[in-house]
Design a protein around this ligand. Structure first.
Ligand SMILES: [Zn+2]
Length: 261
């Protein structure tokens, strides 16, 4: 089910890690940001788009992690974009996926990651967004936190920030363990997102609940407090890291990575 969150902006949430697909009406048609997750989610999203009756003209991937590189034949053979660095990393992710599909026992062109079976054929086929943004409306806010080439999309005219895997009420900040100084990268990214958030009253994270009004600032404050604690080398006090949180291993790796630097 699509939920309209602002003029010409809709969100569909999947059960898997509460992943948000965002649909944005641009000048020429719809842009799908991070459509996910499994086949039935993508099919239902295609049904929702049919009901809107507006053609899909492009896709946009906020960052090159597998859950943000998905697509479905029913969305059409339109261009799918990412930042140049994100597109480069996505082609590497696709090569890994090709190897996984080749090694898979099913032999039917799928691979399985984090419990989700993904069709290889349209996975990760993104190209660099043109400098003028092409069909993607708003402002691309690229930064180095979480994943290479990570971008948020600021739709200032509609008061919406599509944040990718930042500013979630569900996920803690997840440092990219392969890259240096992620604490510094997060600090810079949060500064940039805070500046962008001055223009919005709706925040769509990649996973978790859409934030509205004062919740937007609260999300920024929560990520900042977590990163500040890493910077100071202390255990963050964070509601997202309860004893049952599935990302406790990632949290431990965040702490280790922050202490190593
Ligand atoms: Zn994600």
């Amino acid at each position: 089910m699509l939920t309209q969150v602002a003029d010409g902006v809709w969100v569909r949430q999947s059960a898997w890690v509460l992943t948000n697909a965002t649909v944005v009406r641009g000048e020429a048609g719809l842009i799908l940001v991070d459509p996910g997750i499994d086949g039935s989610d993508l099919n239902e999203l295609a049904d929702d788009l049919d009901r809107l009756g507006i053609p899909v003209v492009a896709g946009f991937s906020t960052h090159p992690h597998w859950d943000h590189l998905l697509w479905h034949p029913r969305f059409g053979g339109v261009p799918r974009y990412a930042t140049p660095a994100g597109a480069h990393a996505a082609s590497e992710a696709r090569e890994r996926a090709q190897r996984m599909a080749a090694e898979s026992a099913s032999g039917n062109g799928t691979f399985t990651l984090d419990g989700v079976t993904v069709a290889l054929d349209l996975f990760g086929l993104v190209t660099p967004l043109p400098a003028d943004g092409g069909p993607v409306p708003g402002e691309i806010i690229e930064h180095e936190a979480h994943a290479i080439g990570h971008a948020a999309v600021l739709l200032a005219d509609r008061g919406v920030l599509i944040a990718g895997d930042m500013l979630s009420d569900l996920l803690i900040p997840l440092l990219d363990s392969r890259r240096p100084d992620q604490v510094g990268a997060y600090e810079t990214a949060l500064d940039r997102l805070a500046e962008a958030a001055r223009h919005v009253d709706v925040l769509v994270p990649g996973h978790g609940a859409v934030a509205r009004g004062p919740e937007v600032a609260a999300r920024l404050a929560a990520d900042r407090a977590y990163i500040d604690a890493l910077r100071r080398g202390v255990e963050p006090v964070d509601a997202r890291v309860g004893p049952d949180a599935p990302w406790l291993p990632a949290h431990q790796s965040n702490l280790e990575q922050a202490r190593r630097r």
